[in-house]
Ligand binder design. Structure first.
Ligand SMILES: Nc1nc2c(ncn2[C@@H]2O[C@H](COP(=O)(O)OP(=O)(O)OP(=O)(O)O)[C@@H](O)[C@H]2O)c(=O)[nH]1
Length: 517
């Protein structure tokens, strides 16, 4: 199981913060960019549709001027077939506006047509093709099936005699399914990004569409088309006949009463946006990785001293802890405070432990070792093979002191006696209060002779000092030896032997020193 520590928590928190911040800015960028792209696509399609409407309008105006000019020439002699043919040919060839040019006389008979590819000359116009004939005015017709079998719209101009008689009309046709002027004006293909244009007349009939199959289709319920044929221009998001969401710009072609729509699928805009966002992410990735790496390094740098403190604090019973904690680089305030607190806690704990240790080995009245303290020292001497002499010391008739002066005076005498023993010179001597008024003095590396001299010197020193209230006292001493090389004699025996010698001294009349046999 993953064990959470400060570094992992730190990493978790900061990494989550960084990732959320980056994620949030990607999301915000995406949303803002999306709206910007939608708005700019709508606006560019609106401008594009308006431009196409203007171009188409100019084309119709120019074509109508040409037809009107021809109508004026033809009015002079509609019976002159050569004139009619020459005029039809000139009109067709002077521009590439029309697929064909035809002149219809006042009997609705096709008097001439150019080019002559279709044998319609001399035909009477069928009823479905008489919109221009009946209108007797400048007209852009609805789409209809021409006598030659093509689906067309036509621009026409009536021909009147000087006297105002209707002589027929001259017309230029545009074959909706063939290569025509719209393809040149509006562009023949859809773009790779799925954008396309279409044009419809007042009856919502498609006159131009990038998909030729759709020409002639009726488009109902399309809000942008409705607006465009109702003399409006603008932009909007719509769903096309295939259910695809589109960003459409639209405008009105005034001279023909048509509407033009330029549109682009929302999805293609979004795909472009996805590419842009991927670029943004890829470009920001090195910085993101750099930040995460920096966080990792910083987290190590910040948490390392804390981890070290925690590790050493958990090992406080080991003597090395204090030294190790001292070596931890506490480079910022909190860790430094913690380090100082741990060190001071550790210091007072060690002092307390040392104190307890000392207390358990020391006699509280005299500050001499007690028996446990002495045993510890003698164990280490035995281990180190340090030979020593044992001097057992007992106050003579101490009961009398207590009985005469009281226990408190007795205590003071004991303390004064210990001060004398402590002050009496012998290098490395160890002192122990082994009983009420009994003491053991250990003299390392001392011979029997040296120990005896020491005991006698000490006895005389004590005998010559006035004790508090009690006056002079005497002591008896017993001496024994423990030699490291003597495997037969244990320390316990040596102590016992000193005791026996002490009793001997008591029996010999007290105030003397006896060396054990
Ligand atoms: N004031 C005081 N007296 C103590 C202490 N420990 C032991 N004593 C007394 O020491 C006396 C020892 O008496 P005894 O064992 O009869 O020995 P003694 O009177 O010194 O006589 P000898 O040893 O035979 O010379 C007793 O009266 C104890 O009460 C202590 O810590 N303080």
């Amino acid at each position: 199981m993953l064990r959470l520590d400060l570094q992992k928590l730190f990493l978790l928190l900061t990494t989550a913060t960084v990732l959320l911040t980056f994620g949030n800015s990607y999301y915000a960028t995406y949303q803002v960019q999306k709206q910007l792209m939608i708005d700019s696509t709508l606006e560019s399609n609106r401008v594009y549709a308006a431009k196409l409407a203007e171009t188409t309008n100019n084309f119709i105006a120019s074509a109508q001027l040409q037809l009107a000019y021809s109508a004026g020439i033809l009015a002079s002699d509609m019976s002159n077939i050569a004139l009619l043919e020459a005029e039809a040919k000139r009109l067709k060839q002077q521009s590439d506006f029309f697929n064909t040019v035809a002149i219809i006389n006042s009997d609705a008979v096709i008097a001439t047509v150019f080019p002559y590819t279709t044998p319609v000359k001399g035909l009477v116009l069928p009823n479905n093709a008489r919109q221009s004939f009946n209108a007797r005015q400048s007209l852009v017709t609805d789409p209809f099936l021409s006598p030659s079998g093509s689906y067309i719209v036509s621009l026409s101009e009536p021909i009147f005699s000087n006297g105002g008689d209707y002589l027929g009309y001259v017309t230029g046709t545009i074959y909706l399914h063939n290569n025509n002027v719209f393809f040149k004006l509006l562009g023949q293909h859809s773009h790779n990004d799925g954008s396309y244009i279409y044009v419809a007349n007042r009856n919502r009939e498609l006159l131009y569409h990038y998909d030729p199959e759709r020409i002639g289709d009726l488009v109902n319920g399309n809000s942008v088309l409705e607006a465009s044929i109702n003399d409006q221009q603008g932009s909007a998001m719509v769903v096309n006949s295939k259910g695809i969401a589109m960003l459409a710009g639209y405008a009105h072609i005034e001279r023909a009463g048509w509407g033009v729509v330029a549109q682009r699928p929302v999805d293609s805009v979004m795909a472009e946006l996805d590419v842009q966002l991927t670029q943004v992410i890829l470009k920001s990735l090195p910085m993101l990785l750099f930040i995460l790496l920096s966080i990792w390094i910083a987290s190590r740098y910040i948490t390392k001293p804390l981890q070290a403190l925690a590790l050493f604090a958990s090992d406080m019973d080991k003597n090395l802890s204090q030294t190790h904690i001292n070596h931890i680089k506490a480079w910022y305030f909190e860790v430094n405070s913690l380090k100082q607190a741990i060190l001071s806690g550790l210091g007072s704990l060690n002092n307390r432990i040392n104190q307890l240790h000392e207390d358990s080995n020391t006699d509280p009245l005299t500050q001499f070792y007690n028996r446990r303290g002495l045993v510890n020292i003698l164990d280490s001497w035995e281990e180190k093979k340090i030979s020593f002499a044992v001097v057992a010391l007992d106050i003579d008739h101490f009961k009398v002191v207590n009985d005469t002066h009281g226990h408190d005076v007795g205590d003071k005498v004991l303390q004064q006696l210990c001060d004398l023993i402590r002050a009496y010179p012998h290098e490395g001597a160890v002192f122990c209060r082994s009983g009420g008024e009994e003491f053991l003095i250990m003299l390392p590396e001392a011979s029997a002779q040296a120990a005896y001299q020491y005991a006698e010197g000490l006895r005389n020193q004590i005998a010559n000092v006035d004790m508090p209230t009690a006056g002079k006292i005497t002591v008896s001493l017993g001496i024994s030896l423990w030699r490291a090389e003597d495997k037969d004699c244990s320390i316990k025996t040596a102590l016992k032997t000193a005791d026996i010698a002490l009793y001997q001294a008591k029996r010999n009349g007290r105030n003397c020193s006896i060396i054990a046999e």
